[in-house]
Ligand binder design. Structure first.
Ligand code: ATP
Ligand code: MG
Length: 311
């Protein structure tokens, strides 16, 4: 395959989820899965489904869960030449419980699994150097030092002419706000496109509101895209901002919508759409992503997106 245009790096996990609502994770009960997952894997798989050349840097165990992830990437055309299959580690797993009212609880087997062994040696300068877009997320910076160093190395090897997108995807339960800001700072500084969820823009900037935080970053020249669930997104650039309304769909499973949305925005930017059209395209991708059970199952193909956009 040709060098990927879009590269991402991070946590290759399978997701195993509760069948019924309100089933806590500390008691016996039915699960369904494994589904391929991980925030950056969902992103890159969606990029591939939308028709761009995509490559991923990550690690799985030499087991059936690893096979679940690898076969999905291969089926959708994600280049796996920089994915390591580790004999001595099990593939990472995320267990998820859903609660009435939309709450979710995650239990991760990540840091001590194959996903947590991601390291800078896996990041090949010629691989990253040939790409035009690099996507990074905060949770892969937070999980452990070797994964963080791998992400930093990808950033260091990435050409100055390419564009970097950054989705914080991090909640303060993992680390203190100060620690989160410190480890994300180098990525946020380099990012051309910043894609926070509600609450994250204020957290990252220390501003009194998301709106104010987005404005501060947009004034520094970044394109800031605030994801707002069913309400769509708001895009800030320089001294302007626009609201791009979401599409009406029936939400089956919200997990992964933000990651697929980021993929949609990336593809739209690569294809030269203006920011409003890019927001609409990404909203369509995010909307379709919530219509199927499983974090990556709703990741749409380009034809699905075109169909929704033309309704
Ligand atoms: P997560 O981190 O859980 O994947 P997020 O908080 O990063 O999600 P959301 O704002 O929940 O991201 O969703 C991303 C985008 O997906 C939204 O901006 C919107 O375009 C689309 N989307 C999400 N939920 C819905 C929905 N119920 N109906 C229509 N579009 C949706
Ligand atoms: Mg998110």
């Amino acid at each position: 395959m040709d060098t990927p245009e879009v590269i991402s790096i991070g946590n290759m996990l399978v997701e195993v989820m509760r069948v019924d609502l309100d089933q806590p994770l500390d008691q016996p009960g039915a699960f369904v899965g494994p589904y391929p997952s991980g925030d950056t894997p969902i992103y890159i798989d969606t990029v591939a489904r939308l028709g761009r050349r995509a490559g991923f840097i990550g690690s799985v165990g030499n087991d059936s869960f690893g096979e679940c992830l690898m076969s999905r990437f291969e089926a959708d055309g994600v280049d796996t030449s920089c994915v390591e299959v580790l004999a001595d580690y099990a593939t990472g797993v995320a267990f998820v419980a859903y609660f009435t009212g939309g709450g979710r609880k995650f239990l991760y087997h990540w840091r001590h699994a194959a996903a947590g062994q991601l390291n800078p040696v896996q990041v090949k300068p010629e691989y990253v150097g040939g790409a035009k877009w690099l996507h990074l997320t905060g949770c892969n910076l937070a999980v452990c030092e070797s994964a963080r160093e791998a992400c930093y190395r990808a950033l260091a090897c990435f050409p100055g002419s390419g564009r970097v997108s950054f989705d914080p995807n991090i909640r303060p339960e993992v680390l203190s706000v100060e620690e989160i800001r410190a480890i994300c700072q180098p990525v946020l500084d380099r990012a051309d496109v910043f894609l926070p969820s509600l609450g994250e823009a204020a957290l990252f900037t220390g501003a009194g509101s998301d709106e104010e935080g987005c404005r501060q970053l947009a004034a520094r020249g970044k394109i800031v895209v605030l994801k707002m669930g069913a309400r769509g997104c708001r895009i800030f650039h320089r001294d302007t901002d626009i609201h791009v309304p979401g599409f009406e769909v029936v939400e089956v499973d919200p997990t992964g919508a933000g990651d697929s949305f980021c993929a949609g925005f990336t593809v739209a930017m690569i294809e030269g759409m203006d920011i409003y059209k890019a927001g609409r395209f990404a909203n369509a991708v995010g909307a379709l992503a919530v219509t199927k059970k499983g974090p990556m199952e709703g990741a749409p193909w380009r034809d699905d997106v075109i169909r929704l956009l033309s309704v």
